[in-house]
Design a protein around this ligand. Structure first.
Ligand code: SF4
Length: 351
């Protein structure tokens, strides 16, 4: 059971309430480079990303949002540090939401001005803390960026917005330690019913970041905590989106949009280049929008059993492959033809 949270909207995407867990990512292009940023967001959209976030480092970046919005279809969030003027400019340019901590932008009148501009647009604000941004007084009180410190620091940002009557809020409390992240989100989910944005900050490379995020975010999601997720990887953001869907579909929280690739771990019985085939297939299948299972097995001993269970499968042998569709053999081919035969079968497959 998912935790009950309030519903907010980012553009036309609902977060919280009964809405499905939303997949977001963040561009790593220079936001002022409209062409490159639009191209990256289009690739993210293609992978199933539902909200994109861009870093707004100066006025030119805030203004670029206007043209970026023209080239994309998903809502755009402006990520701003400190400068309330950039927040206002981003909203004028058409940003659908803000990531900003009101505690960083100065006087109450500035917070009011931003809150009013966001309210007029019907947009939300994400507030939050991560290990590096916990307010000093909480670092001192709790002896470091502990889960309690992360939570108190984030709730202080929430209180500033509530004071000016703004409640279209979502919250994040990201630590770079997986266990601290889990504890912080568990704590805050008991304190408020605002939707929660899950992430493990500075998660790392594709391998370590995927493992950390799967554990941190995955455990919280399995407990019903979390309304939107961003997987942070030092990699192409499209990979973040793919990892997000793998995670959500494994937990039964979202349906897959691309085929699920099942492959055997390989052993001494394998008699063809299965790892190479699997890598090429993964890339090619990532742009095919069909929620089916494709099994790639390494031998004709144990392979056919697994291959038969999938929608489409192959059991490879010495220089050859047997292709299955829904448990039935549909073709035998040379090893060099397996990839093409599988892709043809996937494209032909009716869901
Ligand atoms: Fe080994 Fe065949 Fe099983 Fe793959 S399917 S792990 S090659 S026995």
């Amino acid at each position: 059971m998912r935790n009950k949270t309030r519903k907010i909207k980012v553009g036309d995407v609902s977060i919280g309430g009964a809405a499905p867990v939303v997949v977001q990512s963040m561009t790593n292009t220079d936001t002022r480079d409209v062409e490159a940023t639009v191209a990256q967001i289009k690739r993210l959209e293609d992978a199933g990303c539902e909200i994109a976030r861009v870093a707004v480092v100066d006025e030119a970046a805030a203004k670029a949002i206007f043209d970026i919005k023209k080239g994309i279809t998903i809502p755009l969030i402006a990520d701003i540090h400190f400068d309330y003027k950039l927040a206002l400019e981003s909203l004028r340019s058409g940003a659908d939401g803000l990531r900003i901590n009101p505690g960083n932008i100065g006087s109450k009148s500035r917070v009011l001005e931003v809150a009013k501009a966001v309210l007029d647009k019907g947009a939300p604000i994400r507030v939050g803390s991560n290990s590096g941004s916990v307010l000093k007084k909480y670092l001192e009180k709790f002896g470091g960026p502990t889960p309690e410190a992360l939570v108190e620091s984030a709730l202080e940002q929430v209180a500033i917005l509530e004071e000016v009557g703004f409640t279209a809020i979502k919250i994040s409390v990201k630590a770079s330690s997986v266990l601290d992240t889990i504890s912080a989100y568990r704590l805050i989910s008991k304190r408020v019913d605002y939707p929660l944005h899950l992430g493990v900050t500075e998660a790392g490379t594709m391998l370590s970041g995927t493992v950390k995020s799967s554990l941190g975010i995955g455990m919280l999601l399995a407990e019903g905590i979390g309304d939107t997720i961003r997987i942070s990887l030092t990699a192409d953001p499209v990979i973040e989106v793919r990892v997000a869907y793998e995670m959500l579909s494994s937990l039964g929280l979202r349906k897959r949009i691309t085929p699920e690739l099942i492959s055997c771990p390989t052993c001494g019985r394998m008699e063809y280049d299965l790892p190479g085939l699997v890598m090429r297939l993964e890339e090619r299948m990532s742009s095919i929008k069909k929620p089916i299972t494709v099994a790639v097995m390494g031998c004709v001993v144990n392979g056919p059993g697994e291959a038969k269970e999938a929608d489409i499968g192959v059991a490879g042998g010495k220089g050859q492959g047997i292709i299955f569709r829904k448990g039935k053999i549909v073709a035998k081919c040379k090893e060099s033809e397996i990839e093409k035969m599988l892709i043809d079968e996937i494209e032909r497959f009716e869901v």
